[in-house]
Design a protein around this ligand. Structure first.
Ligand SMILES: [Zn+2]
Ligand SMILES: [Zn+2]
Length: 631
């Protein structure tokens, strides 16, 4: 295990983190560093995407999970939402367990790469700030993205670092050294092209910052088609009016920006990228072109990925809790790997949650409340952490079958299965008297469960109109037993729930408004807290909260479905008058805290309020001052 590590800065490329590690730990040979962090010295460190991350994570004692590195410190999220789900999973696996070869080709960086960048890029303004703040600059992942020519934070033109792989050893670790940086800031000419490039770089950054792993190529294709239809680009037979689309698209951007981003369109080519992207053909399309297309369609990438009813995520926002009862992180929200598939029969969404401890569970959705997040539908895999714990109990040899089952929080049948699977055969050894008695009791249990099931089935048969709850009250004992031991069977066989979350209209999943209300409320509160603590007061309005939280159109169109959010807004939005008053109060507070005299005219001047308006709030201001004096 590594006792020292350079913790990554925000959006730092993991490669850069390791370069700093190499520098600070004082290794002379790069191979020593490679061995320490990746377990072998034969790999060539990749700048943009890393591999063998699972090893690194272990070396760090689990302080960082490999998923965390992938999502927060590589450029992978730039590509992830546009890949077919299977390819994405393969790539994640490669990054976790290596080898790293082939990752670039599979992403299409080598073959279909656009606006290729050789070398390492940085923003002089970012670097300046970081030198002041941390004493060193670092390599940002957002500055390395193909097609990102400006810093998404500052709009400055990115600069190429003096040293890169073309003029140093392939396995050398390059870090940004203040000495070799050119900190002169430059901007492109401010015009439409600049605006577009800036917007694109911000959109690219959005992809890095938001966990969009619930999207993939097919989901997006559906979404594109839906919007194209709404915009009138589909014929009645659902074909795309390619000529109109082409014209509108080129009109929207102008040819020059498309040239800069190497994305011009040959209208006669059957496989020009606009046709490929709008038809969802097998080919994948570069993220920069997706970004161009998305901003053409909706103008705001935030809205495209977030405010979308059809694609609304049925299990709420991640990370999700691990429900492995014997892990040390039980119920902690650490799972980032969720796959949503429709149920074979009902088409309801089924979520499969995979944790790093090997525990995998699934649950039918959509979640109806936050409690649902802690429910297991089916355990798909117990994983190494669970198995190791069981192994210890079995080898200790001092517990009976049921005791072990209780300790492991599962049923005895599972224990026996794993006892055999792990090759310990403690309970499967017929010679032991203890085991024999356990065995009979286990057999009794099996008889019980079948009788119980039968009883429930019969009760339902004879009372076909009873609801779930009524069946439950008729067969309390059986219900509770099955609830604990075979919930899946129970739910499959009980009458269907009355509340119907799925309708047969064209929407995939209906929105779970209760959950959504909470999510939006949280986002809004977060923005509110930021705004209210701003040094320069900003008036709290619906539009600023909504815009900053990326939910404005929700607030405008669906507020009646969001009761909690609505109440919060009613209580906290400011009229002009209220805002003026708050500004005055803030100034008064400051005067008091600095023991300065408080003069009415001065308050008015600093707050910049016209006399007519000031007269309207004067009484309240005076009142506030007097209360302050009394304290
Ligand atoms: Zn910058
Ligand atoms: Zn876990």
């Amino acid at each position: 295990m590594l006792t020292f590590f350079t913790d990554p800065y925000e959006d730092e490329l993991l490669y850069g983190t390791i370069s700093r590690y190499h520098y600070y730990i004082g290794n002379i040979d790069f191979k020593d560093t490679l061995r320490e962090v990746f377990g072998k010295n034969s790999i060539i460190p990749s700048i943009l995407l890393s591999s063998n991350l699972e090893y690194l994570s272990k070396q760090l004692g689990g302080r960082y999970y490999s998923d965390y590195f992938i999502k927060k410190h590589t450029i992978f999220p730039y590509y992830a939402p546009f890949l077919p789900i299977q390819r994405r999973n393969e790539l994640v696996k490669k990054m976790k367990y290596g080898p790293g070869e082939g990752i670039y080709t599979q992403l299409g960086i080598v073959a279909g790469g656009l606006c290729k960048k050789e070398g390492i890029y940085y923003c002089p303004l970012c670097a300046k700030v970081e030198i002041q703040k941390y004493g060193e600059p670092y390599i940002h992942r957002e500055h390395q993205l193909q097609g990102v020519l400006l810093c998404p934070h500052h709009g400055t033109t990115l600069k190429r670092y003096l040293i890169d792989k073309t003029n140093s050893s392939r396995i050398e670790f390059i870090r940004l050294d203040e000495e070799f940086l050119d900190l002169n800031i430059s901007f492109r000419k401010k015009n439409k092209i600049y605006d577009n490039l800036y917007k694109i770089s911000k959109a690219a950054y959005f992809l890095l910052k938001n966990d969009l792993f619930q999207f993939n190529k097919d989901v997006l294709a559906e979404k594109y088609k839906y919007i194209l239809a709404n915009k009138g680009f589909l014929t009645t037979s659902k074909r795309i009016r390619q000529k109109e689309l082409y014209k509108a698209f080129v009109d929207f951007y102008g040819k020059e920006i498309l040239e800069i981003l190497e994305s011009t369109i040959d209208v006669d080519n059957e496989y020009n990228w606009l046709k490929v992207i709008s038809r969802n053909s097998k080919r994948t399309v570069h993220p920069i072109r997706h970004l161009l297309f998305i901003q053409f369609l909706v103008n705001d990438i935030n809205e495209f990925f977030n405010v979308d009813e059809e694609l609304y995520v049925p299990f709420g926002k991640g990370p999700w809790p691990c429900l492995n009862p014997v892990s040390d992180h039980y119920r902690k929200e650490i799972i980032t790997d969720l796959e949503v598939t429709p149920d074979y029969k009902t088409r309801l969404p089924v979520g499969t949650f995979k944790c790093h401890c090997g525990f995998v569970y699934s649950r039918k959705g959509p979640d109806k409340n936050l409690e649902n997040r802690y429910k297991i539908g089916r355990i798909k895999k117990f994983g190494h952490v669970w198995e190791n714990k069981l192994r210890i109990y079995l080898q200790e040899g001092k517990y009976g079958l049921r005791e072990v089952a209780r300790l492991m929080k599962c049923d005895p049948k599972t224990i026996k299965k794993y006892d055999e699977k792990l090759g310990i055969n403690y309970f499967n050894d017929t010679g032991s008297i203890l085991n024999n008695s356990e065995k009979t009791s286990n057999m009794n249990k099996e008889i019980d469960i079948e009788t119980y099931k039968k009883r429930i089935v019969e009760t339902i048969k004879t009372n076909p109109h009873l609801s779930r709850t009524e069946i439950r009250s008729l067969c309390k004992k059986e219900y509770m037993y099955l609830y604990r031991h075979d919930k899946d069977w129970l739910y499959e066989n009980l009458p269907k729930k009355k509340a119907n979350y799925y309708t047969k209209n064209k929407k995939q999943f209906r929105v779970n408004w209760e959950l959504r209300d909470l999510e939006i409320l949280n986002k809004i509160k977060e923005q509110y807290n930021t705004l209210i603590s701003c040094e320069d007061p900003v008036r709290i309005t619906k539009s600023i909260l909504g815009k900053n939280a990326g939910v404005l159109s929700m607030l405008e169109k669906k507020i009646d479905k969001l009761p909690k959010t609505k109440i919060f807004l009613n209580e906290n939005l400011e009229s002009v008058k209220e805002f003026q008053l708050r500004r005055c109060k803030k100034i008064i507070d400051k005067k008091f805290s600095q023991n300065e005299p408080v003069k009415l005219w001065e308050i008015q001047r600093i707050a910049g309020i016209r006399s007519r308006d000031f007269n309207n709030i004067k009484d309240k201001v005076i009142d506030y001052i007097e209360r302050g004096i009394r304290h």
